[in-house]
Design a protein. Structure first.
Length: 390
């Protein structure tokens, strides 16, 4: 697979594109699923084209998160909120409304510039213990650290947690949000497995990890974001012994990981088989439509879409182009399959017959937005969790 956000300019289309092994393994002891091969993070994250602010749903999620944190943890104008993987400052911009102090940390130079323009100070760095010490010396310790959709991207999670311990005040809170491995398996979300995501967490390995770094859970919440995520609010353990309340919080939650057998080989083999069946179903549908001379395009040049098109061998002979609202992706071509990317309004001008929603996690939002396309007879194909034409 090429790297999932490795979009290409026209001048690069004839150059050889690097491909990297992509396989996901699971630890039979702790239940953590991880990639077997790690791509140099500089190649993937220094110049990043993904921004969450293109989705209304994502921004609402950030708005709710900031409201929840501000109100539950008595923040004030002196409080420091640090966001790891702050991207273009989307989440921190909501904290700015509450007038807390904010600091973003992100290795993407292009996005940090945008965040700075919004008035969000950003340290252009990967987050690790060494950088956490530098940041603590410069900005002081944080009252709140947020890390949404970022832990999956980190190779050395132990060093990451040491960094968190160093940067977070003793009575501070750490909020993490990440796609939930149980939903990945149950929802056939194979295309979210890609080089940027090194780990696929369920609660069992997460709790083991945080406990080994002296953290305990305060609260957990499920959310539908990115095909099913979990938000975990945690703090440093005060005593050496585990807080009995923390144990209760976790025990009484609806996280039926064992019940769904997600650590079982048969379940995982079945998941792989289902992906194989989806490949046949979807490519047969698309080829039949092409035979009937239907015009098909894609919606959402998501990283996951690049995995799906490459793995299912769906190229520009099937999808004329992909529309995407992200300005940094428009005018480029997808990695591997070289499908051109245009702005969303191309749909209205061009009126294709079918739109394959590659950003299926935003299917509802996209369909609502493109009501006119549907009213004029256009149809949407949603590949995941189950192939559907609407
Ligand atoms: P989306 C990203 O994955 C990258 P991707 C990252 N590695 C990660 O961890 C996961 O998220 C969780 C476009 N769009 O969010 C915007 C429209 O054009 O599914 C995006 O390019 N119109 C950080 O890339 C794409 O679709 C719209 O109305 O798989 C969605 O990408 C909407 C809603 C989206 O993430």
């Amino acid at each position: 697979m090429p790297i999932p956000n490795g979009f290409l300019g026209e001048k690069d289309l004839n150059k050889t594109e690097e491909k990297y092994e992509l396989s996901c393994l699971i630890c039979e002891s702790c239940g953590l699923a991880q990639l077997s091969n790690i791509v140099n993070p500089d190649l993937m994250f220094k110049n990043y084209v993904y921004i969450p602010s293109m989705s209304r749903v994502m921004m609402e999620n950030f708005n709710n998160l900031s409201y929840q944190i501000y109100n539950n943890f008595n923040l004030n104008q002196d409080s420091l909120v640090v966001d790891i993987g702050s991207n273009d400052g989307s989440l921190l911009s909501f904290f700015k409304n509450y007038r807390t102090r904010v600091l973003g940390i992100d290795p993407a130079e292009n996005l940090a510039k945008i965040a700075e323009l919004k008035g969000i100070p950003t340290e252009i760095k990967f987050f690790d213990l060494k950088n956490a010490k530098l940041i603590r010396n410069k900005h002081g310790q944080a009252d709140v650290i947020t890390a949404t959709n970022v832990v999956a991207h980190i190779d050395n999670l132990h060093d990451f947690f040491k960094g968190i311990s160093c940067l977070l005040k003793d009575d501070g809170v750490l909020i993490t949000e990440f796609p939930y491995f149980v939903e990945l398996v149950r929802g056939n979300e194979f295309d979210t497995i890609y080089h940027e995501h090194l780990s696929y967490f369920s609660l069992k390995p997460w709790l083991k990890l945080i406990k080994s770094h002296g953290f305990e859970v305060l609260r957990t919440q499920k959310s539908p974001i990115h095909g099913g995520s979990i938000r975990i609010i945690q703090k440093k353990q005060k005593e050496k012994s585990e807080n009995p309340n923390s144990k209760n919080i976790v025990n009484h939650m609806a996280f039926p990981e064992e019940e769904h057998n997600i650590y079982n080989r048969d379940t995982l083999s079945d998941f792989a088989r289902k992906v194989g069946s989806l490949k046949i179903e979807l490519t047969t549908l698309l080829k039949n439509l092409k035979r009937k001379r239907k015009k098909i395009v894609g919606y959402g040049a998501a990283a996951k879409g690049n995995v799906l098109t490459n793995y299912f061998n769906i190229g520009p002979e099937i999808l004329d182009y992909i529309v995407d609202s992200t300005p940094y992706k428009q005018g480029l071509f997808t990695p591997g399959k070289h499908i051109p990317i245009y702005a969303e309004n191309r749909l209205t001008i061009d009126r294709p017959d079918y739109v394959l929603i590659l950003a299926w996690n935003f299917a509802e939002e996209i369909i609502k937005k493109e009501m006119t396309f549907r009213k004029l007879g256009g149809k949407f194909i949603i590949p995941i969790p189950k192939l559907k034409v609407v």
